[in-house]
Design a protein around this ligand. Structure first.
Ligand SMILES: [Ca+2]
Ligand SMILES: [Ca+2]
Ligand SMILES: [Ca+2]
Length: 346
């Protein structure tokens, strides 16, 4: 790849300037990212003991193009063919990722054992060695195996665990809680934009969320650097920065939910912070995909499920709104969590 084909290289100088500006401004004006004048409707259902269920946002009916154009920089074939999806009805989506505190209420009420607890732990990278390993950690813990504060997104949870949480909310409220479909997650993330990300194309110019910023690199933490295997799968030529040049949001590891600006639909952290499980079975491309926003489920067993939205750990090419990743349903690690959805009676 030559330099003229590599937008990240060409943007480095510009972004380094932006980075300096960002460091000088403790509070970044987000006026360019203000939602449209469509009012945002939020609500909370009530659990059986009277406590509030997670805050939900009504996502408006509409249509969008799912997937990426063939010339989008960094895209994979699994993002095509790009196709129109029409939502004839609004639906509700969690305003934030499910937090450690919200998940703890579910565990206390049910005694549910997560995949990590049933199977000797979860996966994280050791900051000293940089190696991935299975450790005796679970939903209570953060990316380093420390106990996570209640307002952090829960991680180390599998697709099975997310299903169990949604089923519990349905039992508690009598209302149809579930995981979002892959189409719902991409539609909600884009929030009316067709660019690479909800904030536009390329690098963010204000703090849009918890991404892997150049200035987020912790001292003496080898887990900041991609493993050889990660590098080979994402950037085989080694041409691209594995972080956002000139960007810093103050977090290496998950950030408290809703720490950054919401998108135009009023949703926080749809890009970055933690990956979010989708309901669908994994399909290697969109040939034959539903066009009504429903989850794409096979008649047999799904070997792989899907995570969306990328995490604080991801390369810029993985952060694009069309990017997708397949994982098996008991998989868990330090950068996957989830958000819930609810169908609305209309
Ligand atoms: Ca970050
Ligand atoms: Ca997220
Ligand atoms: Ca990809």
């Amino acid at each position: 790849m030559n330099e003229s084909e590599n937008p990240w290289k060409n943007r480095m100088t510009h972004c380094q300037k932006i980075g300096v500006v960002m460091l000088l401004l403790p509070v970044i004006s987000c006026s360019l990212l203000e939602p449209t004048d469509t009012p945002i409707t939020r609500f909370q259902d009530t659990l059986s003991q009277g406590a509030p269920a997670p805050t939900m946002v009504v996502v408006p009916a509409g249509e969008f193009h799912m997937g990426s154009p063939e010339d989008e920089f960094g895209r994979d074939a699994n993002e095509g063919p790009r196709h129109k999806v029409v939502f004839t009805k609004p639906f509700a989506l969690g305003e934030t990722e499910i937090t450690v505190g919200q998940f703890a209420r579910f565990i206390r009420a049910t005694g549910y054992q997560t995949s990590a607890e049933r199977d000797a732990g979860s996966f994280l990278r050791d900051p000293v060695t940089g190696n991935w390993g299975k450790h005796p950690v679970n939903w209570r813990h953060d990316h380093q195996g420390q106990l996570a504060p209640e307002n952090y997104p829960v991680v180390h949870v599998s697709w099975d665990d997310a299903q169990a949480y949604a089923a519990w909310l349905t039992r508690e409220t009598g209302l149809p809680y579930r995981l979002p479909s892959e189409a719902e997650l991409e539609y909600a993330n884009r929030a009316g934009r067709s660019a690479q990300n909800w904030w536009g194309d390329g690098l963010p110019v204000v703090r849009v969320g918890n991404l892997k910023g150049e200035y987020d690199q912790p001292a003496n933490d080898l887990s900041f650097f991609p493993t050889a295997r990660e590098r080979a799968s994402i950037d085989p030529q080694g041409n691209l920065p594995h972080f956002f040049p000139g960007y810093g949001d103050g977090y290496w590891g998950p950030a408290p939910v809703a720490s950054f600006t919401a998108n135009a639909f009023g949703l926080y952290d749809t890009t970055g912070n933690v990956w979010e499980w989708a309901q669908d079975c994994w399909h290697a491309d969109y040939h034959g995909a539903p066009t009504d926003g429903s989850p794409w489920i096979d008649s047999g067993i799904c070997v792989y499920r899907i995570v969306r939205g990328a995490s604080w750990y991801c390369h810029p090419s993985q952060v694009r709104a069309a990017n997708r990743w397949s994982r098996w349903p008991v998989f868990r690690n330090m950068y996957i969590g989830f958000r819930i959805a609810r169908s609305l009676a209309l």
